[in-house]
Design a protein around this ligand. Structure first.
Ligand code: ADE
Length: 235
């Protein structure tokens, strides 16, 4: 998979060199390019924003640098581009969308700042590429960078070869086939810590009982914290 990011803050993406994503890059599973939008400006101040037509607070990102940036990126690879635009006005990001994006060969993240990107850039992209506007949740960040990092991490860990034991993908909250339940609580050694004991059933070696206990705890948590996930559930 190839990932490109366009941003006015390339430094936000330094952590991509760490941990599992860093290893996926080092091993060639994913190729990442981070690009400074200001490289496609032509004025002395490298201006990327301007006041909104119609008035109002804040600034809007100008269309010209975005147009040139996306044209240039198109030339970098033959794979069809899916443009991912982080915005609080987007489709809520979830595990199903992470799996969908993980199946694509090329993602281009367009990170807006201020009040967003001139709408004509998005419309222009929709005519040429697939565009997915994604929201991390119902709150406002200062720009798309942190959201792009979250989406990249969620997507890259699903690529074959990134996670050592792929079974661990199956049991976690929101995983495919497990969309309706949050993950059960986990414990490791020591068996007693600050007078708190690990639930006895987990030490029993009885796998059927352990599976039953885990399913009950997962149900309990989900009912308590995310009843919306159980709506329509008949099991
Ligand atoms: N940009 C600003 N806020 C955002 C959010 N909640 N999700 C995605 N991108 C954003």
């Amino acid at each position: 998979m190839r990932l490109d990011v366009v941003t006015i803050f390339p430094d936000y993406f330094a952590p991509l060199g760490l941990s599992l994503v860093g290893k996926a890059i080092a091993s060639g599973i994913v190729e990442v390019g981070v690009h400074d939008l200001r490289d496609w400006t032509h004025d002395r101040h490298h201006t990327t924003d301007d006041t909104p037509y119609g008035g109002g607070a804040g600034m809007v990102m100008k269309p010209e640098p975005w147009g040139e940036a996306l044209d240039a990126l198109e030339g970098l690879s033959d794979a069809p581009m899916t443009i991912v635009v982080p915005t609080p006005a987007g489709r809520p990001f979830d595990q199903a969308l992470a799996y969908d994006l993980a199946g694509r060969s090329r993602l281009v993240f367009a990170c807006g700042r201020y009040e967003g990107i001139d709408q004509r850039v998005i419309d222009h992209c929709r005519d040429r590429y697939e565009v997915v506007e994604v929201s991390l949740g119902d709150y406002v960040l200062n720009g798309g960078e942190v959201a792009a990092l979250a989406v990249i991490e969620a997507v890259v860990r699903l690529l074959p070869g990134v996670i050592g034991n792929p079974d661990s993908l199956l049991e976690e909250s929101h995983s495919e086939g497990n969309e309706q339940l949050l993950e059960y609580p986990n414990y490791t050694k020591p068996a007693v810590w600050r007078e708190r004991e690990v639930p006895e059933v987990l030490l029993s070696g009885n796998h059927a009982l352990i599976a039953k206990w885990r399913r009950e705890r997962a149900m309990e948590r989900t009912r308590e914290r995310r009843p919306d996930l159980l709506e329509g559930d008949i099991s």
